[in-house]
Design a protein. Structure first.
Length: 205
């Protein structure tokens, strides 16, 4: 792809690094920005820069937040003794959209995947185990995607917390095996949260 401008080429190269954005799509987006008022492009650049420099990760659940403690963890109407374990922020948003869950979350920041070089030490597992060890958790809901990596991560965490007295459940398999949680429709995901089953039962299925 030939460019008449090095500045244009650099912008396209940067844009094409985003997930799902090829060079042709990146070129289309960059040319669209060039047609807009400069103030709009400046606002976009400013919003991205501000997000990157000022955004926080909740000190309790590792969710993305504007403050040190996210709105969910700081909400007194949420059940702090009920913890839903998810892979990332997209899963928190998906479950919140169901309006069926009123507990807290714990965002792992990924799932165990040896093929991708991601091990237990790369995830927010120690802080989750510490929550359970401290006796502040009554139930832990495993809500990772029903893939091999998700099931491996669930089982690893289950073995870590097994010595402690905490109920371990997993969302019902209304979510098809191999599906990512974020793509499930709200009704199916909501029912899966409400109809969760003991984690030990899921190991036998």
């Amino acid at each position: 792809m030939d460019f008449s401008s090095k500045l244009l080429e650099n912008a396209v190269n940067e844009m094409s690094q985003l997930p799902g954005i090829g060079r042709r799509t990146a070129l289309r987006l960059v040319l669209h920005l060039l047609k807009q008022p400069q103030s709009q492009t400046n606002d976009l650049a400013g919003a991205l820069e501000k997000m990157r420099s000022e955004i926080n990760f909740c000190s309790s659940c590792h969710n993305i937040s504007d403050l040190a403690l996210c709105e969910i963890c700081s909400n007194p109407n949420r059940n702090e003794r009920l913890i839903c374990v998810v892979e990332d922020i997209r899963d928190v948003m998906a479950i919140e959209n169901t309006s069926q869950y009123r507990g807290h979350y714990h965002v792992l920041g990924g799932k165990i995947s040896p093929m991708d070089g991601v091990g237990p030490g790369d995830l927010n597992i120690p802080t989750l185990v510490e929550k359970v060890r401290s006796g502040k958790v009554d139930e832990l809901i495993f809500a990772l995607s029903s893939t091999m990596e998700g099931d491996t991560t669930n089982f690893y965490i289950y073995r870590q917390i097994e010595p402690f007295e905490v109920l371990s459940t997993t969302i019902a398999r209304g979510i098809a095996v191999g599906d990512e949680l974020e793509y499930a429709d709200e009704v199916t995901l909501g029912r899966s949260i409400l109809n969760r089953i003991p984690f030990e039962t899921s190991l036998k299925s």
